[in-house]
Ligand binder design. Structure first.
Ligand code: PAN
Ligand code: ZN
Length: 185
């Protein structure tokens, strides 16, 4: 038949169906030097899952796009909220779009000069990540934060460029969400 069943994504929770997916879970032990409080990080269960990315198995190449959902668990290391490692694209000029599906959080964006800003992520939020902009999801809520992302397969990831960390950290202080500026971030 000429009518094809495409992959489905459940908008309520980001679950893919009707298509093969690649799944990768990132745990506390994988997030070396990501959280500010190293002592609190070492005292966490190393196996504790922080986030899982599910990607559609689609072709790669010039002009092709990846489609993936990040499921970021609620939690904290010390008083800092769970977050993704964060990255620039290896091909710096390549952008990306994130769509919030569930939960409450922030998208941390940072340009190559180290200037950072935050966007609120919630069900239905649309985030245009321009080229030359590093990005990280932060779960400030008490449920899973899920976001759908679409990006060029040629973009690649550059994690090393941000080893010094981002310029902003998001922490909980007195049950409030608190944004801290980092020196040398
Ligand atoms: C996303 C991210 C995903 C995990 O698919 O890769 O949220 O974050 P880290 O890659 O920083 O661990 C994306 O931005 N792709 O380009
Ligand atoms: Zn990206």
């Amino acid at each position: 038949s000429q009518i094809i069943q495409p992959p489905l994504v459940a908008w309520a929770n980001g679950a893919f169906s009707h298509a093969p997916v690649i799944r990768k879970t990132t745990r506390i032990q994988d997030l070396t030097a990501v959280f500010a409080d190293g002592q609190a990080w070492r005292s966490c269960d190393p196996q504790l899952p922080v986030y899982t990315v599910e990607m559609l198995e689609t072709p790669a190449g010039e002009g092709e796009l990846w489609t993936g959902v990040t499921h970021l668990n609620p939690g904290k290391v010390g008083n800092e909220f769970f977050m993704t490692r964060g990255h620039f694209h290896a091909r710096r000029e390549q952008g990306e779009v994130y769509f919030g599906l569930r939960g409450q959080g922030l998208l941390l964006l940072q340009d190559e000069h180290g200037k950072a800003r935050l966007e609120t992520v919630c069900a239905g939020s649309v985030h245009i990540i321009p080229g030359f902009t590093a990005h990280r999801l932060i779960n400030t809520g008490s449920e899973i934060l899920s976001a759908l992302a679409v990006w060029p397969t040629i973009a690649g990831h550059d994690y090393a460029a941000l080893q010094g960390g981002f310029a902003l950290r998001v922490q909980e202080e007195n049950q409030q969400i608190c944004v801290c500026e980092v020196q040398n971030g």
